[in-house]
Design a protein around this ligand. Structure first.
Ligand code: CUA
Length: 161
């Protein structure tokens, strides 16, 4: 088989980039411990409203000074819609859905996750600034999807609840 010179160069370039891409993938998994998100827990979507902690959505302060924020996603509203936390708070969000797949995104933070019926999504986030962070649904979940928003009020320590 005859391979033209430029064709050979092209194949070499492709092989090098392919090798770099695979190398980067291996490095992120082994060095940075990148992993696919996994559900932290499971819950029967029919029984969400009667299963702790989802029977009482809201904020709980933990012993270590962090916060647990339990949120239920339901078309087309977050429950609770508003959460108030002190600035600098580290919050462990525990979220599930009672109906369809939703998406949870809080711009300016690392929060960007799927919310899937039957699964508990957990994300830990630290709110560094005293401002309102919006909580948006970024997975099309029906006719009211664009209205499915919430807010994290991050306030100075003095005015914290
Ligand atoms: Cu919930 Cu889109």
């Amino acid at each position: 088989m005859k391979v033209e010179r430029y064709e050979r160069y092209f194949l070499i370039v492709v092989a090098v980039f392919l090798g770099l891409a695979i190398g980067a993938l291996v490095a992120t998994v082994t060095q940075d411990h990148a992993s696919l998100p996994e559900p932290s827990d499971r819950v029967d979507p029919q029984l969400v409203r009667s299963t702790p902690p989802f029977d009482a959505p809201g904020v709980r302060e933990l012993d270590n000074g962090e916060y647990e924020v339990v949120i239920v996603a339901q078309a087309w509203q977050w429950d609770p819609v508003e959460v108030t936390l002190p600035v600098g708070a580290t919050a462990n969000l525990r979220v599930t859905s009672v109906d369809v797949v939703h998406g949870m995104r809080v711009p300016d933070t690392n929060v960007n996750a799927m919310v899937i019926p039957g699964q508990v999504t957990e994300v830990t986030v630290t709110f560094d600034e005293a401002k309102d962070y919006s909580l948006i649904c970024h997975e099309y979940c029906g006719i009211g999807h664009h209205n499915m928003g919430g807010v994290f009020h991050i306030v100075d320590e003095e005015s914290a609840p």
